[in-house]
Ligand binder design. Structure first.
Ligand SMILES: O=C(O)CCCC[C@@H]1SC[C@@H]2NC(=O)N[C@@H]21
Ligand code: NA
Length: 621
């Protein structure tokens, strides 16, 4: 963008941005100097499993609501209309299943890393594969999250790009390293509030500048930005009610059901009920976040539609356009540009800190501790901090890589979740819902899912079918003169005739279906290989790692038939007593003993009234 049109900050704007960074550091320092002073991994990585549902639920939002959503969603609404808003329909099932299925299973196993589940259910190999897949996904996603705010800021205000990346990355690495999960959760709470306030300020100012709500509504309505229900069943159609409302459910399960960053927050809750409640509490906040981003996009459209900005914006795409418009709207209101930039960086910091901390946790719990069982707590905690720093620096490098990607950051982020998060979701579903699945099937299944993702992902880039036609930028209905109508009709005819077929059609699968597609690939391949190599028997499966999905789905079937379908595995009752963690000194297995009293409000236990289940794995010295 040419310098003459760049927006500049007043001093107050820099002050507000600095206050955000200092406040975040302050929270980090507080948790470094209070409580157990981050001396054990239980505190550093799991916040002493002492968290309440409110901070956990706000931290769950913050983890996957980054600058990508703050910038990318308004750009999406501005260019394509409000179809994307139907993603909100996916939040219902998308959070209900994690609360009713994934959290009970994972919480009762008292894990630190979600991937310990894979060792309990399958084998150490499967656990390592799962951990490495997660690390791969999160490192790339982190890069996008650091890069997005810095790039947009640089494009609009000339703010030193790598200075912003460094400032964000270093501050984040610092408070994550010294304050642990407690600091990450409490900074997430603070940053989520800043994020909501910043977006609200932009909406209020934008509406006032456009001449009020009715004026905004008229312009977006005439500009064809209000999308109705699009029930087009075509899976290659980018955004329809089906791709967003149903494809989005699988995306939500991969994030809020089995992603380490979220599972770690559930496990840091003081009781299972708190964890389930925090998951339910995510629903209203997520709807609010989605609404704020979508309305920001509509207000931007009402304010700027029809005007030609190529001279100011140059070739920069939707993402930078959002920040330009926000800076333009807030120009002359000292403090508000700084507030929005603080909102942008809050979104980025809260996501990146969650990523650092979860990466350090899985690296420690899944890749290091099992090989050094005798490692002292002090050494393990120091190593965890070093890992958080290492991942912080790695993320800066990844930010540079993002520089090279083409399309909108929102699409890049959602594709990462689909292509890599999908196979991980499939692996956990294979483990939890299919008792017959064995380790070989799990490893081959994961590999198949990742290959299918790679295939469709690369295919869509190579054939350039991942693009999407933006709606016309005009405000009102443009009266078409005779010959224009003919021209448009001819163009449309060509488009319909050149409908992709065969493999090209596969490559143009909507990216919102990637999670579901790769998830089912893993389950299908995993089951086939498991049956070929000898399906697992009911009694061989570690208790507490199966969710009796079929038992619930076919509850009308007679017991005998359900037994045959081997789907009445008891899901243990809610956690009453602390289980010794697997890396406890004298045993590397679980001493899993509890009084199976069914507390009145627990509905998902299959155990008779009172039962003592003593499960003792072999303990090797
Ligand atoms: O904001 C990001 O960093 C990624 C884009 C949004 C990720 C998904 S979309 C569904 C869910 N709702 C959110 O607000 N974030 C996640
Ligand atoms: Na965030």
């Amino acid at each position: 963008m040419d310098p003459s049109h760049q927006k500049h900050f007043a001093v107050i704007d820099y002050v507000i941005f600095a206050v955000l960074l200092i406040a975040s550091m302050g929270i980090g320092l507080y948790h470094a100097l209070s409580g157990g002073r981050q001396r054990t991994t239980q505190e550093f990585l799991m916040a002493d499993r002492s968290m309440g549902c409110l901070p956990v639920s706000l931290s769950l939002i913050a983890s996957f609501q980054s600058a990508v959503a703050i910038i990318g969603v308004p750009a999406e609404i501005y260019t394509h209309g409000t179809q994307y808003w139907f993603l909100g329909c996916a939040y219902i099932l998308g959070l209900l299943i994690p609360a009713r299925v994934f959290i009970p299973v994972l919480y009762r196993l008292q894990l630190s890393s979600a991937y310990e589940y894979l060792e309990l259910r399958f084998s150490k190999t499967v656990r390592i594969c799962g951990t490495l897949t997660f690390i791969f996904q999160t490192v790339i996603y982190m890069g996008v999250c650091v890069y997005t705010p810095a790039f947009a800021l640089n494009a609009v205000t000339g703010f030193e790009l790598w200075g912003a990346v460094l400032a964000t990355g270093l501050v984040c690495t610092l408070y994550t390293t010294i304050g642990g999960l407690k600091a990450v959760i409490w900074t997430d709470v603070f940053q989520t509030v800043v994020m909501f306030v910043g977006q609200l300020a932009v909406i209020v100012v934008g509406v006032l500048q456009t001449g009020g709500v009715s004026q905004v509504w008229r312009k977006v309505w005439e500009g064809d930005r209000i999308a109705g229900f699009d029930f087009n069943p075509d899976p290659t159609e980018r955004h329809t009610f089906w791709t967003l409302g149903f494809g989005g459910v699988f995306l939500m399960w991969s994030l809020y059901g089995v992603n380490q960053a979220q599972v770690q927050r559930y496990l840091s809750s003081r009781t299972e009920k708190e964890a389930v409640r925090s998951c339910y509490m995510v629903f209203p906040s997520l709807q609010l976040a989605l609404a704020l981003s979508c309305v920001t996009g509509l207000v931007m459209f009402a304010r700027y539609c029809g005007e030609d900005h190529t001279d100011k914006l140059g070739s920069s795409k939707g993402d930078a356009m959002v920040l330009y418009f926000v800076m333009d709207m807030l120009q002359g209101l000292p403090g508000l540009p700084g507030l929005f930039v603080a909102c942008l960086f809050s979104a980025a910091l809260s996501t990146i800190s969650s990523a650092f901390n979860s990466l350090a946790t899985v690296t420690m719990e899944d890749l290091i501790k099992p090989h050094f069982p005798a490692m002292t707590e002090a050494k393990a905690t120091r190593l965890s901090k070093a890992l958080a720093t290492f991942y912080g620096l790695l993320c800066l490098a990844m930010a540079f890589l993002t520089h090279l990607m083409g399309e909108s950051v929102l699409q890049v982020a959602l594709k990462i979740f689909g292509l890599v998060g999908g196979p991980l979701l499939g692996l956990f579903c294979l483990g939890m819902f299919f008792p017959w699945a064995n380790s070989t099937g799990a490893v081959v299944g994961l590999g198949t899912g990742l290959m299918m993702s790679l295939w469709v992902g690369i295919g869509s880039i190579v054939t350039g079918s991942s693009g999407s036609r933006p709606l016309p930028q005009t405000c009102g209905a443009v009266l078409l003169s005779g010959n224009t109508t003919t021209v448009i009709q001819t163009a449309l005819t060509n488009v319909t005739l050149s409908r992709p077929s065969g493999l090209k059609r596969f490559y143009s699968l909507s990216y919102m279906w990637y999670t579901a597609f790769s998830c089912f690939s893993v389950i299908l391949a995993g089951l086939i290989i498991s049956f070929i190599t000898g399906a697992m028997k009911e009694e061989d499966v570690t208790p507490g790692t199966i969710y009796p999905l079929f038992g619930k789905l076919f509850c009308f079937l007679p017991e005998r038939l359900k037994k045959k379908l081997c789907c009445v595995t008891p899901l243990g009752p809610p956690q009453q007593i602390q289980i010794q963690p697997p890396h406890h000194k004298e045993s590397n297995g679980f001493i899993y003993q509890y009084e199976g009293e069914q507390s009145p409000d627990e509905t998902d236990t299959f155990l008779p009234e009172t039962q003592t289940l003593q499960v003792e794995f072999e303990t090797t010295v």
